[in-house]
Ligand binder design. Structure first.
Ligand SMILES: N#Cc1ccccc1Cn1ccc2ccc(-c3cc(N)[nH]n3)cc21
Length: 242
């Protein structure tokens, strides 16, 4: 997968040299390049923002540098990338969207700052590539960089070979639309607290049922919205027995 990120704070992405994302870049699974938006400015002050039409607080990112950056990174002769623009006004970022993005050959992230990017940048880009404004949640960040770090981590871990044990993808939270069951490791007793006996029973069928029950209980308690969204077909008959 190719990933391009455009930001006025390219140093925000230094963490992408670390850990499993760093390994994915080193082995070629992830070809990631971070670009400084100011590379596409031409004035002595390298200006990227201006006052908003219609008045209001703060500044808006100018369209010209963004237009030149997207022209350079998504030239008409190449297959267009999918443009992702973090925004408080975006669609929710979910595990389902992470899987969708993990199947894309080329992602292009536009990190806004100030009060956002001039809308015409997104409108013009949408005439030649898929554009998705994406939100991490109902709160407001300073800019898109933190959101891109989150999205990239969620997407990269889904790429083939990045996670050592692919099985762990199957059982984790949101993999089946449920929160995952509680996890335990040694010692069997810690500060007077025991690991549930079933997990030490060696009965894998019983353990799987216990984990499923725990996942359903947790999801019902913490995220009833997820439970409501579950396809009833995905709940086997044992899930509904009292
Ligand atoms: N836009 C905007 C905006 C609008 C009003 C006030 C502050 C900002 C700051 N900002 C500039 C870029 C940008 C990118 C993503 C987020 C963002 C995403 C989520 N889920 N929360 N916040 C915020 C961003």
């Amino acid at each position: 997968m190719r990933v391009d990120i455009v930001s006025i704070f390219p140093e925000y992405f230094a963490p992408l040299d670390l850990s499993l994302i760093g390994k994915a870049r080193a082995n070629g699974t992830l070809r990631l390049v971070v670009h400084d938006l100011r590379s596409w400015t031409h004035d002595v002050h390298r200006t990227v923002d201006d006052t908003p039409y219609g008045g209001g607080p703060g500044m808006v990112m100018r369209p010209e540098p963004w237009g030149e950056a997207l022209d350079a990174l998504a030239p008409p002769e190449l297959t267009p990338p999918r443009l992702l623009v973090p925004s408080p006004a975006g669609v929710p970022f979910t595990q389902a969207l992470a899987y969708e993005l993990a199947a894309e050959p080329h992602l292009l992230f536009a990190c806004g700052r100030y009060e956002g990017i001039d809308q015409r940048v997104l409108d013009h880009a949408a005439t030649r590539m898929p554009v998705t404004e994406v939100s991490l949640g109902d709160y407001v960040l300073f800019g898109g960089e933190v959101a891109v770090l989150v999205i990239l981590e969620a997407v990269t871990r889904l790429l083939p070979g990045v996670l050592g044990n692919a099985g762990s993808l199957e059982e984790e939270s949101h993999a089946h639309g449920l929160l995952e069951a509680p996890m335990y490791t040694k010692p069997a007793t810690w500060r007077g607290l025991d690991v549930p006996d079933v997990l030490r029973s060696g009965d894998h069928g019983r353990i799987a049922r216990w984990r499923r029950d725990q996942a359903l209980t947790r999801t019902g308690q913490r995220r009833p919205d997820l439970l409501a969204a579950l396809d009833p077909q995905s709940l086997d008959k044992r899930d509904v027995t009292a």
